[in-house]
Design a protein around this ligand. Structure first.
Ligand SMILES: [Zn+2]
Length: 314
């Protein structure tokens, strides 16, 4: 049994303090987010997380990508689709992932232990298009989703090739809402998956009662859901466990929607049920969703609690 995070972590931005950083700041080249990445990576490692993220500290899950994708424009913080969607103008998260990996390697004295590492995370094309406004060019969301899948594929390939993650995760929270055309959604994920040599995960938050059957058919290796904050999801998993054979389950076991530390007995009980349903070798424990909104100490304690329970059953 391994552990991971869904992605985001509380951001602590710091003023430049070293001489080098002050100098960089003076010429406008200081990157305040670099320290935030390091803080998030160190917290994940100290808590015992096996597969870490870079903390996704640079912004919200949509604009962090759309700001670099031609055809998309950010207006007052919201993304608008203004012309044909093309490939990103640059690699978006590769440098941050490489930095996270460097911090991780140093933490382990120069060699990251087998089975541990980083993961790349992208926001899925369905979620990005459904949270954007189409201003021109596309007559329907589905065509925009397919073009965006091709565009995001460039980022996925760059992450796989240049940051060597353990796996890549696509965040598609909209898939549980009933708003997304599932056939297009599946086609988009197939485009992203094409030619990948590492596992692909898909994170979907929300209640799964209506969408689980469709989601289980997606061509991914790991399906990641919320089970702590959404009590109905465990029943859905139990009833449909036969549909996900061959796939691992990312098992959200601490509640990211409350800013208090979960009850250890409750989490233990939840994980035990998951082991009974899918087996511990098919489980990757993580929080329900990103931890961005939690205070730093609470986020850390949630991760620590989750890893204590992982260790108990590993
Ligand atoms: Zn989520």
């Amino acid at each position: 049994m391994k552990s991971t995070v869904v992605g985001s972590y509380p951001v602590e931005l710091s003023e430049p303090s070293s001489f080098k950083d002050k100098l960089l700041n003076a010429i406008g080249a200081y990157d305040p987010f670099k320290q935030a990445i390091k803080t998030s990576v160190m917290a994940q490692l100290d808590a015992g997380v096996d597969i870490i993220s870079d903390g996704q500290v640079r912004g919200d899950m949509v604009s962090i990508f759309t700001q670099f994708i031609p055809g998309m424009k950010i207006v007052d913080g919201n993304t608008e689709i203004v012309s044909k969607i093309r490939n990103p103008t640059r690699e978006i998260s590769v440098n941050d992932l490489k930095y996270a990996k460097k911090v991780m390697s140093e933490y382990y004295g120069g060699k990251i232990p087998e089975g541990k590492g980083i993961k790349g995370i992208i926001t899925g094309p369905n979620t990005i298009v459904h949270s954007s406004r189409i201003r021109s060019f596309y007559k329907n969301k589905e065509d925009a989703i397919i073009d965006l899948a091709h565009s995001l594929k460039f980022e996925v390939d760059a992450i796989e090739k240049n940051a060597s993650p353990i796996y890549i995760q696509i965040d598609e929270p909209f898939l549980s809402t009933g708003m997304v055309d599932m056939k297009t959604a599946r086609e988009a994920i197939d485009i992203i998956r094409d030619g990948m040599n590492i596992p692909l995960a898909m994170h979907v938050c929300g209640i799964l009662s209506d969408a689980f059957k469709d989601i289980s058919r997606f061509n991914v290796d790991i399906l990641d859901f919320e089970f702590a904050g959404n009590s109905v999801n465990l029943g859905v998993l139990q009833k449909n466990a036969n549909l996900i054979s061959g796939k691992k389950i990312g098992f959200g076991c601490v509640d990211s929607s409350v800013n208090t530390v979960d009850n250890k007995g409750d989490v233990d009980e939840l994980v035990l049920k998951a082991i009974e349903i899918v087996g511990k070798d098919n489980l990757i424990l993580d929080p329900d969703c990103g931890l961005r909104r939690a205070p730093g100490d609470v986020a850390f304690k949630k991760l620590k609690l989750m890893n204590d329970i992982k260790d108990k059953y590993s």
